[in-house]
Design a protein around this ligand. Sequence first.
Ligand SMILES: Nc1nc2c(c(=O)[nH]1)N[C@H]1C(S)=C(S)[C@@H](COP(=O)(O)OP(=O)(O)OC[C@H]3O[C@@H](n4cnc5c(=O)[nH]c(N)nc54)[C@H](O)[C@@H]3O)O[C@H]1N2
Ligand SMILES: Nc1nc2c(c(=O)[nH]1)N[C@H]1C(S)=C(S)[C@@H](COP(=O)(O)OP(=O)(O)OC[C@H]3O[C@@H](n4cnc5c(=O)[nH]c(N)nc54)[C@H](O)[C@@H]3O)O[C@H]1N2
Ligand code: SF4
Ligand SMILES: [Mo]
Length: 823
Amino acid sequence: MTDLKSPKPGISRRSFLKATGAAAGAAALAGGGTLTALAEGGVQSQGGDKIGYSVCRGNCGSRCPMKVEVREGKVVRTSAAVLEEQDNADQRRICVKGLTQPQRVYDPDRIKYPMRRVEGTERGEGQWERVSWDDAMDEVASKMKAAFDNYGPTSVALWNSFACTGLVNGSGKGSVSYGRFLSRTGATILGPGADYAQMYLFYGALTLIFGNSGPDVPNARTIFVWGASPTDAYVQDWQFVCRAREGGTKLITIDPQFTAAAAKSDLYVPIRPGTDGAMMLAMANYIIDNGLMNEAHMKTVTVSPYLIKEDGQYAHLSDAGVAPVEMANPLTGEPMLVDPFLVWDNATGTYAAADAAADPALEGSYEVNGIPVRTVFDLTKEKIKEYTPAVAAEICDVPQETIEELARVYATEGPVYIHTNQGLGHHVNSHHNYKNLVLLASMTGNIGVPGGSLGHASLGFRSFPYNPAPMVAGDAQNLDICGMYLPDIMETKKWGDQPLDIQFLWMANGNMLCNESGRLELIEAVKKVPFVVCVDCTMTDSANYADIILPVPHAFEVEDIASLPFVPYFPYQPRLVEPLYECRTDFAILVDLANRMGITDLYDKTEEEYLHELLDTEANVANGASYNDLKEKMLVRLYDTSAVPDVDTTFMFTAPGRLSYYMDNPMPRNYVGQEIAEFERYPYYTHANEAYWENPMRDKYPLFGLGQHEKYHVHSQIAFTPWLREIEPEPMLKINSKDAEARGISQGDYVRAYNDHGSVVLRAKVTPGIKEGVVSIPHGWRADQFKEGHAQDLTNRFMNDFCSNSAFYDFLCEVERYEGSVE
Ligand SMILES: Nc1nc2c(c(=O)[nH]1)N[C@H]1C(S)=C(S)[C@@H](COP(=O)(O)OP(=O)(O)OC[C@H]3O[C@@H](n4cnc5c(=O)[nH]c(N)nc54)[C@H](O)[C@@H]3O)O[C@H]1N2
Ligand SMILES: Nc1nc2c(c(=O)[nH]1)N[C@H]1C(S)=C(S)[C@@H](COP(=O)(O)OP(=O)(O)OC[C@H]3O[C@@H](n4cnc5c(=O)[nH]c(N)nc54)[C@H](O)[C@@H]3O)O[C@H]1N2
Ligand code: SF4
Ligand SMILES: [Mo]
């Protein structure tokens, strides 16, 4: 294995190892063996062995059910769980990250004991001393209590991401442990910036789109892989794409990098980063101009014919003077007022309630009761018309004919599944992409039907039923802010007009100082917080800036339910082995903390009792999916709760009751009275923040920087798993051969990538497989795995404040040969 030592003082790999007390022999613990031995199928049960079933808690978007072999109290092998016959069409394999989970359990970087920063050293120096749980918790509880008592509830902040989605030990308000704590104390929530363009627009403010499930993918006649990497990141989806290909499905990849998916595609479109939104609008215009719209779909399934007033609000029947009628809510039985959305009915030449019109008009301006109105589609068409294929060709650096072909294929070779993810979500202008994609799907009917889908094929509507009541223990209202604002908060001691003086930071379930953009600014902000605790399983970039570090167990050592299954099985995780070292669950830590602070009634049950409460709903008990059922059988099939199996139609449950690419009242995720631009309402394109062609900064920093989710990492997790680091020992910057040649850079050279935010030194992979003028810098590696700096030192904190989305792929840089010492 490559030596990962860093020349930097303080946080060398050696000092991390020393700190975790695990310098020797951890790999051997994982059962020795080789990858070949692990990959053998059919685990044999031998005397004294235990075979358990769990799910892989990868933070990769999937929760693959796995068979886990335990020998003499140690996890020695993981393999794909064999599912029931009817699910053979569904996923029944795990990836190499799942196969190496035993090494994750015995990871040399696991934190073994509570640790305190050595007195007299600075945060980030990496000098730790082991302390007892008692000492650590005494200090943590007294500091937290002092913050609550002297500065009020908001002065304590929980900074978390979505790494662990356990219902008991999980993230924020979605877990019993943190949910009870937050709802009782009123502490501040600092949420992630990652994924929010997509999350906010697809699952929140705009519409509800999750994507059809995996087995439906082969029903697609065409698949677009657009800004995503199903071979490396959504690897759980790739098998379905392959199955579709075997059945003759056309595959198109749109990506500045020639990815593995691109290599398997019929058409590869190397687009200029950050410009996809313009191409989407150009495709829409081509579809309009060439009469390729699916008008029946637009009229009946989408908001296209809905009438809007000049102030942008939807027109309702009450605008025509008809009072709303009271009806029983079909879900709750409670009375509710119904005021139907209006359309213009060409059949009668007047307005009508949307569902009553025989022939709704898609275009045009009208009057309802003297009020001027026009259709949503009419407004949209006007707003997007400047983006012709010729204009987009210039912006995107894609030939006009290619854009036209993409539009033709999307409109006429359906059903089309657009597999998309963060390539369309990691620029400051990203959130517009999601309105634009929904417009395209609305115009063509490539959604809500077998084979027609948007997003990716593994999340959401296949959720499972549980009772969320135990996640709440009070009625405190929490400030819920994107953590990326921390530097501003520490500077101004305010959030909007409200005072906010953060005195205590609790980092858990996320590694923000590795995974959020603008790391250097975030580090400075964290340094300003008087007391910082990090709760994690492994030594991370974030832990390195804490005062106290508390160790939590690996998933195989904790009983829980990990939400987000993507196969039809309850994601139940039994405790398969005892927690190693002195690890304690987040729940146990919070119980101890609450007791020490005198809030002794905060957790009134044990973890097991809460699991009963979460799971033993009437429906689950009736369907053989109670806690006892799961505990006994481990692998329990989800019963079907969806109306149309495998097809996502949840968008029908949004306020307009239809597929929507228009927002009448766009509301920012973190609203502090900021002005809301009119264009937030409709499909739109504007250039990215840094990464755009005409940016004058390109004189100094000509290269567009982006990255990808690494095949052999899950973000910053498994960054030291021995077998994975054998495959991929160190981070590599990808640079186009011509750009490398112009800079005198050869294959494998150390290079420095830099801009005004910071710099990083790593080896270069010189390749024709990335668009000229673009470099890719990998994500998830820890500071000491780079020769100098960190990938995230090049990114910045500038966000679109509509969805407070980190923009990891939106930076410019220059790259030069590294002239420092390379030994
Ligand atoms: N192995 C592994 N799997 C993971 C994760 C992981 O870290 N490792 N993370 C999980 C999580 S939380 C997520 S959100 C998903 C992410 O899943 P994906 O989004 O599928 O993964 P990325 O690697 O970000 O893929 C982005 C692709 O978009 C391209 N791209 C970058 N900028 C642009 C652009 O402007 N336009 C276009 N068209 N393409 C662009 C990149 O070159 C890259 O190939 O993966 C999940 N699965
Ligand atoms: N440059 C760049 N940056 C990116 C991205 C990119 O593509 N490029 N992608 C972004 C995306 S899409 C995402 S989703 C984020 C992900 O960012 P994070 O959610 O921060 O990702 P992880 O590295 O998985 O961090 C999870 C941490 O939680 C810890 N953890 C796991 N289980 C538990 C538990 O039970 N309890 C506690 N307390 N801790 C636990 C893990 O050990 C790990 O240290 O990264 C983002 N950052
Ligand atoms: S795809 Fe994700 S959940 Fe499945 S085995 Fe791999 S890392 Fe684990
Ligand atoms: Mo993500």
